[in-house]
Design a protein around this ligand. Structure first.
Ligand SMILES: Nc1ncnc2c1ncn2[C@@H]1O[C@H](COP(=O)(O)OP(=O)(O)OP(=O)(O)O)[C@@H](O)[C@H]1O
Length: 245
């Protein structure tokens, strides 16, 4: 049976007098790619923060792999890898050194050989060119940094990836490489929840697309069954939702 990876039930989040999420109901299954779209300020990043335990639920429930984030934020976070829009890692260290250091900080133990094998397998898995592995991150492109951040998730073997605007600023080649990587991770059973404005990318990889409006999911469309994604139609719907907001 397919398990629920991410779930919010009747979630409300407020910042001061502003209600950002208001009765948000989301359910993302294990091994699914879910794209959350919505206008600027709709609360997409706040939704990510709710899963990470950084935005407090005023009402309702947030669960990550069955763990209640309110009760056990650290336990929930152990199942998550968060990749922000601009990945910030240690610029003076290489990809290999970044992973070594961050895995160590995360409490990963093992012999130097075991850790090195794990790191090389992860860097290989995300498609980072081997000649870049020992180069300092300072000279990396955005797409290469993202690969390192995802390699860390792969090495940690986390079941859920949270991505904030992953394709903004990527050129078409890097975007297409990135989308292929997401599909590969999905095939390995990883759940991907991404916040994006990139309708074309979302339509290409997502199993479902949700539109956030007025703090809740206004529309949700599945890539499977009779409702295939039609980018023109999606764009119109997105533009209409933004105008109405
Ligand atoms: N920590 C905070 N304290 C107060 N207000 C906040 C905080 N974080 C976000 N907000 C406000 O909550 C609203 C939703 O912000 P959020 O970043 O979740 O939107 P978004 O949908 O990700 O927007 P964008 O597409 O522009 O990135 C905005 O009005 C923002 O100013």
């Amino acid at each position: 049976m397919q398990r629920i990876a991410l779930e919010t039930t009747d979630l409300a989040v407020r910042y001061g007098a502003s209600t950002i999420l208001n009765g948000l109901n989301l359910r993302v299954m294990q091994g699914e790619i879910y794209a959350l779209l919505g206008g600027n300020g709709a609360g997409k990043s706040t939704t990510l923060n709710a899963f990470l335990g950084f935005a407090r639920a005023e009402q309702g429930l947030v669960r990550v792999c069955g763990i209640d984030v309110g009760d056990d934020p650290l336990g929930a976070r152990a199942s998550l890898a968060y990749v922000p829009e601009n990945v910030s890692l240690y610029e003076h260290l290489s990809a290999r050194e970044n992973l070594e250091y961050l895995l160590n900080m995360g409490g990963r133990t093992g012999t130097a050989t075991t850790i090195n094998t794990l790191i090389e397998a992860a860097l290989n898995d995300v498609g980072l060119a081997r000649e870049a592995w020992d180069r300092r991150l300072g000279a990396y492109s955005k797409g290469m940094r993202q690969k390192v951040a995802i390699a860390l998730a792969v090495a940690r073997a986390v079941p859920v990836l949270l991505l904030d605007e992953p394709t903004s600023g990527l050129d078409p080649h890097a975007t297409s490489e990135f989308n292929a990587l997401l599909l590969k991770l999905r095939a390995q059973g990883v759940t991907v929840f991404m916040v994006t404005h990139d309708l074309v990318g979302a339509a290409e990889v997502a199993d479902r697309i949700g539109f956030l409006d007025h703090g809740r999911i206004a529309h949700e469309i599945s890539a499977h069954g009779p409702q295939r994604f039609d980018v023109q139609h999606l764009f119109q719907r997105y533009a209409d939702a933004r105008r109405a907001a």
